[in-house]
Design a protein around this ligand. Structure first.
Ligand code: CMC
Length: 450
């Protein structure tokens, strides 16, 4: 890659034509002395953007931003994050208020439809989601093609992708009614799919959804009940899970959401797009971190081993990182982590597990890391995954299921973002360009000449 300094300069200003004024950023190319005006588009809150859509046509340059660290890939009205100040809003509502006063069904309605429901709208929505929670019976046979020791996320990718082979009447992405049916089906069936993934792994019979139970309660019932005896779902645990689902429901243009949008931009059906999102979420730098946190806390084992792990996390020759720490957007405490920490205390208190060793290790790790210059300088704080695993652990949810639960919570965010994209009149197939640094044209030599 060749870098030539000072060939292009930028200034900001205002262009006026007879009808409107448009703020712009002027780009000056010192190679040819030309200047180009790039329009500035203003967001309602948060950073504004420079519209570079005509940049290549007008100047012959692409922008270069691997990892999208300074690129807005779409225009969205769903979720807002202010990473500097640790703020997260769903449709304008602070996550703290939603976690305190709302529930996952209400948050799902809000994300999908843009406004909080009235009591009647909420009741209707919950009813419709509840009555879509059963799976086509043929899907039960589909599970049997997997090894019992398959990772739940492998099974989730396969089963969710396969929904497109079962629900043909909701595949037309140009029909808003079909899009909404597919959205409801996905939100409704994810708990059943995730719980059955667990049941299949442990060799227990699948437990069918129960319509008298609410969303989180139903999931815990399908996870832990057996046909042999009644199973009572703890209200404390169901409420804690409901809150965890709210905290994970959406998070702007993260890797898996961007994957869903990119897959959907080609016109792929919603079930296939959500399967793509699940695949992206699986990675340890994204949704897989909650599983990695518990493995790490278990490996640390005791508070006195914390300094050694903090030392390793700072050592650049050691690939070890503190899992559950750091975030691309939050350069402050992740607001979800604070709520998660409080929920962890509540759940452990309710279960009379106040002395849970993983919590003691986590609190000590957080204390030491937040005082350490390395973490302070890089503004690395606990993220949403730091405490969620401790709560799941206390609920007896096995570690390999953590990311599957994240996927079930995030489905409503993914599908809301997918709907928004399809409805955007300016939507185009996602097709990034590249900075090519390989060989230029060269003559082909036949095999016998090499
Ligand atoms: N432990 C130790 N050092 C870290 C960590 C960490 N967890 N995270 C970042 N750093 C360092 C990194 O080495 C780099 O240092 P330097 O400037 O000296 O090279 C600096 O902090 C910036 O890190 P980065 O990797 O350039 O930041 P990023 O925005 O590309 O990565 C991240 C963000 C979340 C992938 C990263 O912080 C990480 O790997 N964290 C651990 C995994 C994790 O908890 N992921 C869950 C994220 S939240 C939920 C979700 O999105 O699904």
């Amino acid at each position: 890659m060749h870098e030539k300094a000072d060939t292009v300069a930028v200034t900001t200003g205002e262009t006026s034509d007879c009808e409107s004024k448009q703020d712009h950023l002027t780009l000056i190319d010192h190679h040819n002395g030309q200047s180009y005006d790039l329009p500035i588009i203003y967001g309602s809150v948060g950073p504004n953007v420079i519209d570079v859509r005509r940049l290549y046509t007008d100047t012959g340059y692409f922008t270069f931003d691997p990892g999208f660290t300074a690129t807005a890939s779409c225009n969205s009205k769903i979720t807002f994050i202010d990473g500097e100040n640790g703020i997260l809003l769903y449709r304008g509502y602070p996550i703290q208020d939603l976690a305190e006063y709302s529930d996952f069904m209400e948050v799902s309605y809000l994300l999908l439809k843009g406004e909080l429901p009235t009591a009647a709208e909420k009741a209707r929505f919950e009813h419709d989601i509840t009555y879509h929670s059963m799976l086509n019976e043929q899907i039960a046979y589909f599970y049997r093609g997997f090894r019992r020791d398959a990772h739940p996320m492998a099974v989730m990718c396969g089963v969710v992708g396969a929904l497109s082979a079962f629900y043909h009447d909701s595949l037309d992405i140009n029909d808003s009614h079909q899009r909404m049916i597919a959205s409801y089906r996905l939100v409704a069936k994810m708990p059943t799919i995730a719980a059955w993934t667990y049941k299949y792994a442990v060799g227990q019979p699948f437990i069918y959804p129960r319509n008298e139970m609410y969303y989180a309660q139903n999931f815990l019932h399908m996870m832990f009940a057996t046909p042999c005896e009644p199973y009572h779902v703890s209200s404390v645990l169901a409420r804690a899970l409901d809150r965890i689902l709210m905290l994970h429901a959406d998070h702007e243009q993260n890797a898996s959401t961007s994957t869903v949008r990119l897959a959907g931009s080609s016109g792929a059906n919603p079930f296939a797009c959500i399967a793509a999102g699940i695949a992206s979420l699986w990675g340890p730098a994204h949704g897989g971190a909650n599983e990695a946190v518990v493995s790490m806390l278990t490996a640390i084992g005791d508070k006195c081993n914390v300094p050694e792990y903090v030392r390793r996390a700072k050592d650049k020759s050691d690939p070890f990182r503190l899992m559950g720490f750091g975030h691309r957007v939050y350069k402050n405490y992740d607001p979800r982590a604070k709520i998660m920490q409080r929920t962890a205390h509540e759940v452990l208190d309710a279960l009379d597990k106040k002395d849970e060793p993983l919590l003691a290790v986590a609190l000590e790790l957080e204390r030491i890391a937040l005082e350490d210059e390395y973490f302070v300088k890089r503004r690395l704080y606990p993220n949403v995954d730091f405490y969620s695993g401790i709560i799941f652990n206390a609920m007896r949810i096995p570690t390999t299921m953590f990311t599957a639960i994240f996927a079930l919570a995030r489905t409503v965010g993914w599908i809301s973002q997918w709907n928004e994209m399809i409805e955007d009149p300016g939507q185009k197939i996602g097709r990034p360009r590249q900075l090519y640094s390989g060989q230029g044209p060269r003559s082909f030599k036949r095999l016998n000449q090499r």
